[in-house]
Design a protein around this ligand. Structure first.
Ligand SMILES: [Zn+2]
Length: 272
């Protein structure tokens, strides 16, 4: 066998290397199978044992409230009825937002909420891969510019220290890797801690995040005319995202897009 490999590859080193590669793959597969026996992969929604890691069981998949067309071409909010050619919602026409386009994977229903919760608080940082890939698909029309900068909504450093990671940065990194675009995790900074937005009125929310963000950029880099894709896990009230967009606008960013994993439906009081 060794002789045969030697003659085929023209050298012992090459043949051994190749042999190791041939053996390596099944070993890797076997290793994964053993790992799956010890720690079987669980549904990211309900915890039921599933075949593939980072996937949902059939029931949770069916329960995800995926956002699909028809939706507003600006805000990405699904229309409850088909508006035909009028693809911009009346809300957006009445109050033009600070961003150009926003897209989300799903409404913040039971399954999406559990996924976000596990990513954020249950150490399931591995979920960022599948969630980020879904975000690439949902936000495809925000990701057409190869020079775009992918930026997460930042946490204040005190909260970052407590949680150890920024879930939005994990998602943004996957999006940048999948699309080959630039990931700038520190472009936006939170200059002061802010209260949780839940339970605040619209005005209170705006005041809460006003002046809470700043751009952190060296003198050599300019945002002028650059497409910026802002990434967050959940779109709740939109006040935080709006504050980030305003800071980016002031720095002359070109197109500003927002991609979130989930979006709280208008009028919903679903807690995070
Ligand atoms: Zn499930």
């Amino acid at each position: 066998m060794l002789k045969f490999l030697q003659s085929e590859q023209g050298g012992l080193d090459g043949s051994l290397l190749n042999g190791a590669r041939l053996i390596g793959r099944p070993l890797l597969r076997a290793g994964r199978a053993v790992q799956d026996l010890i720690i079987p992969p669980r549904c990211a929604g309900c915890g039921k044992i599933v075949q593939d890691a980072n996937s949902l069981c059939g029931a949770c998949w069916g329960e995800m409230e995926w956002i699909a067309r028809p939706y507003c071409s600006v805000s990405g909010v699904p229309f409850s009825y088909d508006l035909g050619e009028a693809l911009v919602s009346p809300d957006v026409l009445a109050n033009p937002p600070a961003y150009d386009r926003a897209r989300s994977v799903a409404l913040f229903g039971r399954t999406a909420r559990r996924m976000v919760h596990q990513l954020k608080y249950m150490d399931r940082t591995d979920l960022a891969i599948v969630m980020g890939r879904w975000m690439v698909r949902a936000g495809a029309d925000c990701l057409t510019d190869p020079d775009a900068i992918i930026v997460p909504v930042p946490l204040h450093k005190r909260r970052l220290w407590r949680r150890r990671f920024n879930q939005s940065a994990l998602l943004a990194k996957v999006i940048a890797q999948e699309t080959g675009t630039v990931f700038m995790p520190d472009l936006l900074q939170r200059t002061r801690p802010t209260r949780q937005q839940v339970g605040l009125s619209e005005d209170e929310r705006r005041v809460n995040v006003e002046g809470a963000f700043q751009i952190n950029l060296d003198d050599k880099t300019s945002l002028s005319g650059r497409t910026v894709v802002l990434v967050d896990d959940v779109w709740t009230t939109g006040a935080t995202l709006d504050a980030c967009c305003r800071v980016l606008r002031r720095s002359n960013a070109g197109e500003i897009c927002i991609i979130t994993f989930a979006r709280v439906a208008a009028g919903s009081e679903m807690p995070i």
